[in-house]
Write a protein that binds this ligand. Sequence first.
Ligand SMILES: Cc1ncc(COP(=O)(O)O)c(C=O)c1O
Length: 410
Amino acid sequence: MKDEINAPSSLGKRSVNSAYHANEKGYYGEFGGAFIPEMLYPNTEELRLNYIRIMEEPSFKQEFDQLLKDYVGRPTPLYFADRLSKKYGTKIYLKREDLCHTGAHKVNNTIGQILMAKKLGKNRIIAETGAGQHGVATATVCALMGIECVVYMGEIDIARQAPNVARMKMLGAEVRPALSGSRTLKDATNEAIRDWINNPVDTHYIIGSVVGPHPYPDMVARFQSVISEEIKWQLKEKEGHENPDYVVACVGGGSNAAGAYYHYLDDTNVGIIAVEAAGKGIDSGESAATSALGKVGIIHGSKTLLMQTQDGQITEPYSISAGLDYPGVGPMHAHLFRSGRGEFISITDDEAMTAGLEVSQLEGIIPAIETSHAFAIFDYKKFKKDDVVVINLSGRGDKDLQTYIDYFRL
Ligand SMILES: Cc1ncc(COP(=O)(O)O)c(C=O)c1O
């Protein structure tokens, strides 16, 4: 019998001997850890010492599960995409995270973290956001719990994700623009970290992906692991077995991917495909293809792969999708890449947009542009007729309509 870390099942129960989950110091192979300024140490230490214990409390699990069911709308369907399957000659299932309340997977994590913040006695929440989905998901749970909320967002992202900025304001959150650097996600994260250093006692920082210092990558992956937990029983119902041949997800920081892979990580019969944003092309100087271009470095408190200059300065990333516009990936994904467990594919803006339009017209589902990257793999990867390919449909495209309209001149 396998030794198991004693967390409730929907919070990431797994083998302690796993080669692909975080160890107790927060390392995935050589990646991860907590590289933080001394002033941040008390905040992350408080979280590190308590997060597993809190997740293990039956009352925590019960409240988490209840909110996922009644408020988020879980389980999300696993939908057999018939026309897409016919077109690409394989069996394609879509895990419909776009149907979560607020329109993306991000809310699975913010529900978990707001409950965690309450248990830790915090009364103020800060967050960073790129596409605005995490900002909206954070503002939503703060409204739900009646807690003050400040969201940092790059000035560029504020302009290209206007509907989500309006939603955050409507929900009562304050949106503070990040004006430095590329004025996108990385810069918003810097501002949020600065805020946290200045407000160590009453504030919890809800990080929106599997990035940041330990324990964030592991904690966020556990909250998102409900995605693969559901895929397992849903696939069993539909195909008679729990395992697909491949699980595919787009990777910004990597949280929807971490959730979709989580319960398959140690099962090497299940292929893991991670899709990154190549922007205007890997060698164009305007991309966010970390696996292709990244080198080992430290960003936002974690040792991982990131795009950087010869001198180790972080390169400004670029992608048409705000949620993939990040110069690194979480440490789990760096390890999946380095170890060869995951197959990484880089998709350009143009390829993603074309794939997004195709899914809209073949399946009647308009995906978020982040997700559209995952749908563009079929030119790069051929599947067999009987392969079962699960694509994590991380979010819906409402927030991106203006970008689609401008791109296609609709
Ligand atoms: C719909 C959607 N998918 C994917 C992502 C990328 O984030 P992650 O890699 O953490 O899933 C985002 C980020 O905002 C998003 O909104």
